[in-house]
Design a protein around this ligand. Structure first.
Ligand code: GAR
Length: 191
């Protein structure tokens, strides 16, 4: 039977990409990552993609006239590869209407907070500064707003220490399991 075809979009280290690729490899996900899209040429995620044999496409948004222009290129690449779902994994950009319309309800994101609290690029730091004690991660469908859209799954931990690095590692560990759980829901249409 045809495996579910995923594209992962990332901007940085790519530990979530790797968690997904590893789960595809070891059979926890009946899926394959057919494309890794990265808006930061040189990002570490590109090395990880090479190690897993995933085709990658790195681009510089500034080289295009507009978001619509580069998303049109990306949409064509996704279509050509028969992508079923797009997984944003540390893709630090708003998704525009070209992709949202073409892949309606088929683009998901992961974020290191219990949404709708602490949206944005510094969620963990912001939550610590606010005095939060229950941290976590959220997967959600993507809409046109920053870290917005209907929630699919959440995972949480109580943390009362003050070591941001330790906390970040704990949250990343939650994310890696959570994303696999969420993609399984997408594959089985149970969301
Ligand atoms: C992850 O913690 C992800 O939730 C976050 O970026 C990190 C990427 O890590 N995304 C956001 O903050 C989206 N607003 P990774 O490159 O190691 O997967």
């Amino acid at each position: 039977m045809r495996k579910t075809r995923l594209a992962v979009f990332a901007s940085g280290s790519g530990s979530n990409y790797e968690a997904i690729a590893e789960a595809c490899r070891d059979g926890r996900l009946d899926a394959e990552v057919v494309l890794l899209v990265c808006d930061k040429p040189g990002a570490k995620v590109l090395e990880r993609a090479k190690r897993y044999g995933t085709e990658s496409f790195a681009f510089t948004p500034k080289d295009y006239e507009s978001r619509e222009a580069y998303e049109t290129v990306l949409a064509t690449m996704l279509d050509e590869r028969g992508v079923d779902y797009v997984c944003l994994a540390g893709y630090m950009r708003i998704v525009g209407k070209v992709l949202l319309e073409r892949y309606e309800q088929r683009i998901v994101n992961i974020h290191p907070s219990l949404l709708p609290s602490f949206k944005g690029a510094h969620a963990i730091q912001d939550a610590v500064e606010y005095g939060v004690k229950i941290f976590g991660a959220t997967t959600h469908f993507v809409d046109e707003t920053l870290d917005g859209g209907r929630i699919i799954d959440q995972g949480a931990i109580v943390y009362e220490g003050n070591d941001i690095e330790e906390l970040t590692n704990l949250i990343h560990a939650i994310e890696h399991k959570l994303y696999v759980k969420t993609i399984n829901k997408l594959i089985n249409k149970k969301f």
